[in-house]
Design a binder for this molecule. Structure first.
Ligand SMILES: [Zn+2]
Length: 63
């Protein structure tokens, strides 16, 4: 979802321009969502790396 083309219901200007308080609020919210969307895959990879390392450690101790 791109917020560049989104038009504000309050001031009828593009939300990306942030002309009114409603624009800025929704723009911030969408930027946060974008941040979390970019953060989650990296966190998942980090978790997988930790999980694999823990499994490797357990396997090493079992032998
Ligand atoms: Zn607005």
């Amino acid at each position: 979802m791109t917020y560049d083309r989104l038009v504000c219901a309050n001031c009828a200007a593009p939300v990306s321009e942030g002309r009114c308080r409603v624009c800025r609020a929704s723009r911030e919210r969408m930027q946060e969502q974008g941040l979390f969307a970019g953060l989650n895959p990296a966190m998942l990879i980090a978790l997988m790396v930790i999980l694999v390392a823990a499994l490797a450690l357990l396997a090493h101790q079992a032998v």
